[in-house]
Design a protein. Structure first.
Length: 304
């Protein structure tokens, strides 16, 4: 174990998810405000990275937080979209994770506070991501030096933003990274059931509520920018996916890999044994998470 990794005898991420699950079960009528407050605890398993500063800003009309590692190459940008079923999570809940990734890659990261469902259904979130990408390009950043990256629903967005740019015949990001991407808006993945006993957070019922919020009862769950499993991946940037082997959404990553590979995309998928949903949240606390960031950094440099 590296010297800067915090040792622990427990899986802090699994414990946090189990606690959330218990609270949600005890409070089935929880308000959206309280639901969002609960998920803003998502940063807790992540160790604060050293030598990183943060700055609030608005880019392309979208608020967010810059993660600025010391000695980072500021021409290399990570456009980070947080997870949370398109409804919860925030730049604040994900800034430490985004900073760890930026530090590992030698880049800077902007974590979007994109518009959230149900107040703003699809495609508001994708539109916000495209607006930030466009603004970065207009500021002089080369599109190939921008990486769209996100986790869970934000992993969906990292993929969908690139698909939307392709649809609009705009330059694409140089690469896309998705942690435990949640893309199946039909809610019929096999591992929702086969990993039900090992995933500490995700259930079909939880996802049903998230789907209803973001699709609003009017968007077809097969819409490609909402559900990339139905997208045309031809010409898509190189793609890195990961997931935990015991999480309920692991088959989403496999299915994205299959669809992208069939279109000729350069795809890398890593499934980490015994890990929960978005296991990189354990950065600085878990050797598995730290090794994953090092693996992503190697992959990133190979594409430069």
């Amino acid at each position: 174990m590296t010297s800067n990794t915090v040792t622990t005898t427990q899986d802090a991420l699994r414990d946090l998810y189990a606690d959330w699950s218990a609270i949600m079960a005890e409070n089935p009528e929880m308000s959206m405000r309280m639901f969002r407050s609960l998920f803003d605890e998502w940063h807790q398993p992540t160790v604060e990275p050293e030598d990183v500063t943060y700055r609030e800003d608005t880019v392309g009309g979208v608020p967010g937080i810059w993660c600025l590692p010391a000695r980072a190459d500021e021409s290399q940008m990570l456009l980070y979209t947080h997870g949370g079923g398109f409804a919860v999570g925030s730049a604040s809940s994900h800034r430490k994770l985004a900073a760890h990734v930026a530090k590992a890659l030698g880049a800077v990261s902007f974590v979007l506070d994109y518009r959230r469902a149900p107040e703003h259904p699809h495609p508001a979130q994708v539109e916000d991501g495209v607006a930030v990408f466009d603004a970065l390009v207009e500021s002089g950043i080369e599109p190939r030096n921008i990486t769209t990256i996100g986790d869970s629903a934000g992993g969906n967005l990292a993929i969908a933003i690139a698909l939307a740019l392709k649809e609009q015949a705009k330059p694409l990001p140089g690469q896309v990274i998705a942690f435990s991407p949640w893309v199946d808006m039909e809610n019929k993945g096999q591992t929702l059931h086969t990993n039900a006993a090992t995933d500490a957070l995700i259930t079909p019922e939880l996802l049903e509520g998230m789907i209803a919020g973001v699709l609003g009862g009017t968007v077809d769950p097969k819409t490609p920018l909402a559900n990339p499993l139905y997208a045309d991946f031809s010409g898509f940037p190189r793609l890195y996916l990961n997931a935990g082997s015991v999480e309920a959404l692991v088959d989403n990553a496999h299915r994205v890999e299959e669809r992208a590979k069939a279109a000729g995309v350069d795809v890398t998928l890593n499934v980490a044994e015994g890990q929960q949903h978005v296991f990189p949240f354990l950065a600085g606390r878990s050797e598995v998470a730290d090794q994953e960031l090092a693996r992503i950094a190697d992959w990133y440099r190979q594409g430069r």
